[in-house]
Design a protein. Sequence first.
Length: 219
Amino acid sequence: MPSVKHRLLPLAAIALATIASSAYSASHREAPLIALDPAADNTDVYAFVSYDRANLARPPADRRVTFIANVNPGQDPHAKSGNGTFDTWLPWKADGTGYKVFIKESEIHHPSHIWVILDEDPDSINDGAFAVQMPASATGSAKWIDTPANAHGNACGFAFVDGHSEIHRWVNGPSLYDIPNIAYKALPQGRYVPAPQAQDVRWVAERTTERTDGTALPY
């Protein structure tokens, strides 16, 4: 699918590469002393080049940067989630094959092809990581463990390891069987997606991780 590409500040990609599924982005209570001052719990800071048309029309040196900070108790607006294959293992795999968990940057062989952060559907947010079940085939059904957003005209923003970002337009329109519109009602994890609508799951999975044995993904 055609995607709009522009540059993302590398700092954002580097900072988010260390996110772990066991550390909720909306709570840093693994640092116990922050419990004494929760209002100062600065849990997330993101910086990226604003991707609206007016900004992208400016010369590169004049483009504006968007900063997003998430501070307790103002946590709900956060909608950026980190790739769950960095630093930790989220064991959702449909075909029993092992997939890489990236610990070092040198382990990522295709940095322009592996995403680091994305826009997550607000109804799907439950922690700081975005889990992807790797589909078993290129033609079968699939599942959304967590669900990406369908903003930007049925599209979603992705930031990649090499520092670039893309607005990817989904193949299917908003649907309960794929990526629904925001309903401000929690989405269940592990939602079944029938084969005809599974192209979007496979697109994300293909850019999430690699097989540990080096063989190519089947999609």
